[in-house]
Write a protein that binds this ligand. Sequence first.
Ligand SMILES: Cc1cc2nc3c(=O)[nH]c(=O)nc-3n(C[C@H](O)[C@H](O)[C@H](O)COP(=O)(O)OP(=O)(O)OC[C@H]3O[C@@H](n4cnc5c(N)ncnc54)[C@H](O)[C@@H]3O)c2cc1C
Length: 441
Amino acid sequence: MNKRKQVIVVGAGFGGLRVVQKLCKQPVEITLIDKTNHHLFQPLLYQVATAALAPSDIAVPARAIFKRNKNVHVRMGEVVDVDTDKKKIHLENGQSLPFDYLILAPGTRHSYFGNDSWEKFAPGLKTLSDALDIRERILMSFEKAEREPDPEKRKHHETFVVVGGGPTGVEVAGTIAEISARTMRKDYEHVDLDLLEIILVEGQSRILNTYHESLSEKAARDLEQMGVKVMRNSMVTDVNEEGVRVKVTGDASGNGQSSDSKEVFIKTGTVIWGAGNAASPLLETLKVPLEKDGRLRVDADLSVPGHPDIFVIGDAARQVNPNGRETPAIAPGAIQHGDHAVRVIRADMAGKERPAFEYFDKGSMATIGRARAIAQIRNWRFSGFFAWLLWSLVHIFFLIGFRNRFRVMAEWFWFYLTFRGGSRLITRKRMKPEPALQDQE
Ligand SMILES: Cc1cc2nc3c(=O)[nH]c(=O)nc-3n(C[C@H](O)[C@H](O)[C@H](O)COP(=O)(O)OP(=O)(O)OC[C@H]3O[C@@H](n4cnc5c(N)ncnc54)[C@H](O)[C@@H]3O)c2cc1C
């Protein structure tokens, strides 16, 4: 009798989930392993971090997704090692599982470019736990500002710094501006909107730099209108409990006014990091050369060089076509990788030649705030309400689970009309005595 192939999929993110959804109809046994028990819709994570949505709106237990698929076995656990010779993976509890095919889709974590001590003061946004931590930091800042009589100290609590002008940084900064101006103003009697400062710090000369220049300029203008100060050409050189030190080389305002280089210290109690990514350390255990950011450059069929039965897909993979085009680290890239890994396994099972991967660019969109977004689809570029509507529809469509789609749509509709709603609970942090603020030069 022909034994069914054992396929192990590591990661229930966009890439891993897609593999299991597509492969579960084939005569194979699939084990899906994730550190968490859920699939997370990362594109809406910033809405949990800014208290607009609840965690359960954007996450679904992996077991619930595959409850009807008898050949899919879900395990919660962290894969810590891959034994490529014995074709086994090892879990953190010492267990090991054999595989015929292994698909690694472990995504990335944020990177502090070698300054890991900054993480404590400037959390990044990748997991639900990160989002809840950031949400409580933001809400705690408002609570502290509310009870602080000294204006200088109140300003410290009312200053928010977001590092990184990519989609995550822009979304977070825009939403903090929006909820501060509308929702928080009503909730907190003493929060002083004149003191409120939201600063987006970007190392390069423009934000959202994968978009056409006209769209990134439009996004910066929108943010400024919403009350976010956009600092370009500004590199963070230190983060501590007092605030952020930034080296500005050139024109920070984007209006061509200065070419000087200077250091500034921004006093703040809330810093959010959205500046860099590094691939999962799990890839190191494959013992093949990795890129500088830890990603693995895969072969044309998405397999690991020298290991045709092991695939790396999604954000953890660097896939470059012969014409030099790369798969971007976005959800459609991970989903298309997932589809392709299944195509390759099916080709193997049918005794056919493996196809090469080709990324199909469906366009990209980023939201800035209520009724404000930018979109770039082929040579078509647009912004404003229509882009935001399209962004909202696409995100609702790709959310997993009818209940989640319905709840998110209802929340957004309610927020659009009333500027109220969301999930503004503080459950993990407590008020502590404040350290005295030190003067910084
Ligand atoms: C805040 C934010 C906003 C984003 N916004 C957008 C957007 O608007 N549009 C867009 O297209 N893309 C967006 N992205 C990018 C998109 O989410 C990623 O490209 C996509 O999630 C990558 O999918 P993946 O399967 O490679 O990894 P992920 O979705 O990150 O999934 C990786 C999974 O692997 C698990 N895992 C990791 N290591 C292990 C291990 N050792 N053992 C077991 N499990 C492990 C993790 O728990 C996780 O569930 C955003 C990302 C973030 C963080």
